[in-house]
Design a protein. Structure first.
Length: 420
């Protein structure tokens, strides 16, 4: 998943604006990237509109646009297709309108013919990588049952090679930027991990290398592991982190990242660490049979100054560009209809109460699925030509519209059969 001070200072700084990250390592900012594609696409669409005069223009993205004033989405909705992203799959997240907070994770699982592994790094190295992009607002998952798996907003769960919902023998590699929350004071902090099964936290040092800070790896019930040394955090600190998490056999999961101000004179320390470090048991910390009710051991941790990191402590690395799970104003979809049927697709239409993008998610009876590409134009009347399907085949269709604030609307499913 002994004490020394001072500690190496991270070289990155934090933008004081809560709405965007500073540029790191020469990487373009998310807004700068979106401005580039918005400008280019707007010019292309303007030219197309002028070339046909008054009527509707059929675009290469299979959407129809009237040559009126064109409004573009601030964010590219094709970057993270809604049928290929998963938001806070381990439990309720912390809703936030900002797009630069959170953790991005990669998902790996053991294939059918793959030998059993017992460590996060081994499963990540040898396992199969999912094509889903996972986003978490924070790491605060008390011991509980995990049986629903990793489900996209369109309802598809990640499946293993045997077409079973993935709930065991998987690994996650989280990436984020650690920072102080606005209400936290500068100083030395110690970190700890509660996890079932294994978790290893790595922090980037002053030389740009990631080194283990907490090792809680392996098969085990919920166990507390603590760092050996504290970390100095200032209001400008942005500390890159990688956390590798491993889930062995079903059914329980747990993953909580905790922190507290460092005080070497605490009476609860044993060999420089909290006396509960190493304490293990699925019912020791929480009761998974009673809605993860906190037990005495966990309540005592909180009383000793420990607290789960909040969503304010995690900023996305620039490589993620944005968090598509951000909260926004959700459009209302009405009049979802199939206008025409073809032997390889459909002409589909719907309306929204506010301007939003246009996409159609589809799923075939054979298990195939897909999502049409968006032209990133905001409109209230939506027309999508869905092509490339099989003739005389049953499909489940859903309209997808995303507002300018990234509020995501997905219609109820509708079934339709392509022509011969």
């Amino acid at each position: 998943m002994g004490n020394r001070s001072p500690f190496p200072q991270p070289t990155e700084t934090r933008d004081q604006s809560p709405l965007r990250l500073k540029q790191r390592s020469g990487t373009a900012l998310p807004e700068e990237r979106n401005q580039v594609w918005r400008s280019g696409l707007a010019l292309a669409l303007t030219a197309a509109a002028l070339s046909v005069g008054a009527g509707c223009t059929r675009l290469s993205t299979n959407s129809e646009v009237a040559p009126a004033e064109i409004r573009m989405s601030k964010l590219d909705v094709n970057l993270y297709p809604i049928n290929k992203m998963v938001c806070d799959p381990m439990g309720p997240g912390q809703p936030d309108p900002r797009s630069n907070l959170g953790l991005k994770a990669e998902l790996f699982w053991r294939e059918a013919n793959q030998a059993r592994t017992y460590k996060a790094a081994d499963l990540i190295r040898t396992g199969k990588r999912s094509d889903r992009s996972l986003f978490f607002s924070q790491l605060n998952v008390p011991t509980r049952l995990f049986h629903l798996g990793f489900i996209s907003p369109t309802g598809q769960a990640v499946q293993d090679d045997s077409q079973n919902t993935l709930i065991e023998f998987f690994a996650l590699r989280f990436k984020s930027i650690l920072r102080l929350a606005p209400e936290q004071h500068e100083g030395l902090y110690e970190f700890a991990l509660l996890s079932d099964d294994g978790a290893v936290l790595q922090l980037r040092n002053s030389e740009g290398l990631y080194e283990p800070h907490i090792n809680n790896d392996g098969d085990h019930p919920t166990r507390l592991a603590c760092a050996a040394t504290p970390v100095n955090l200032t209001s400008a600190t942005e500390l890159p982190m990688v956390l590798e998490y491993y889930q062995g056999p079903r059914y329980h999961i747990s993953l909580i990242m905790l922190m507290r101000k460092w005080n070497p004179n605490r009476k609860d320390l044993v060999n420089g660490r909290d006396a509960a470090c190493g304490l293990t048991g699925n019912s020791t910390w929480f009761n998974p049979d009673k809605n993860s009710e906190p037990q005495k051991a966990y309540k005592d941790l909180l009383a000793r100054g420990w607290a789960p990191l909040s969503h304010e402590n995690f900023a996305l690395p620039n490589e993620a560009v944005m968090n598509p799970c951000k909260e926004g104003v959700v459009p209302k979809i009405t009049n979802f209809t199939v206008l025409e049927k073809f032997n390889d697709g459909f002409m589909i239409t719907w309306t929204t109460d506010i301007p939003a993008t246009s996409q159609v998610a589809w799923r075939g009876a054979d298990g195939s699925e897909g999502l049409s590409e968006s032209d990133n134009i905001l409109r209230t009347q939506h027309n999508v030509m869905l092509k490339g399907l099989k003739p005389q085949s049953l499909y489940e269709l859903r309209a997808v519209s995303i507002s300018d604030t990234y509020g995501k609307a997905i219609s109820e499913p509708m079934q339709a059969i392509t022509d011969l």
